[in-house]
Design a protein around this ligand. Structure first.
Ligand code: SF4
Length: 186
């Protein structure tokens, strides 16, 4: 089967995605290789490449994709989508098995791109609502390090004692809501 190369732009013109445009981690995914699927020769196996490495976002995707299996050491995250097995590699490769055709491949890759960017934007949102004093009271410094720890479940929001001050009540409520909507226990 010929190697196919398709450019996928897939910009979803929703307000949400547009508002997060500046925070996009992955702007483009290209299909690099299409092969017959080993499990089902009637289907295809697809290798695609994101225009950005993925290691920073994989731990967060692990939190938001219920069926995800993530190995930081091996540098990949894999999950099932119907019959397909999707694997995202830290170096930016995306492998998919049991895909019906190129059209379905493009659709799934756009879904993955949106999921990556949405998850990445949540991380940025979390930092945006922290006090940003970089005081170190939580045991982390600067506040971005604390945000990363919270998203990796190494810290609780309550570890930021500054956030407990009355003037941060609104920010704290927003953070709780952001984390709960991403499946975290707060
Ligand atoms: S205690 Fe809060 S404000 Fe201080 S460094 Fe940690 S996250 Fe930032």
């Amino acid at each position: 089967m010929k190697i196919a190369l398709f450019k996928i732009f897939g910009f979803v013109l929703s307000h949400r995605i547009l508002s997060n445009y500046g925070k996009m981690l992955v702007k483009k995914v290209e299909i690099a290789q299409v092969m017959p699927c080993i499990a089902d020769p009637a289907k295809i196996r697809v290798i695609a490449k994101a225009d950005h490495r993925l290691e920073e976002v994989l731990p967060f995707l692990d939190k938001v994709i219920p069926t995800a299996l993530y190995s930081e050491r091996a540098g990949f995250l894999t999950y099932k989508r119907g019959l397909s097995i999707i694997t995202l590699h830290a170096f930016g490769e995306i492998a998919m098995t049991q895909i019906t055709d190129n059209e379905e491949a493009v659709k799934i890759l756009n879904e993955i791109k949106d999921k990556i960017n949405d998850t990445w934007a949540r991380r940025a949102d979390l930092y945006a609502y922290l006090p940003k004093t970089n005081c170190g009271e939580c045991g982390e410094k600067p506040c971005m390090a604390f945000a990363m720890k919270v998203l990796n479940e190494g810290k609780k929001l309550s570890d930021c004692t500054v956030l407990a001050e009355d003037k941060y009540r609104g920010a704290r409520d927003t953070l709780v809501s952001l984390l709960e909507s991403a499946g975290y226990e707060v």
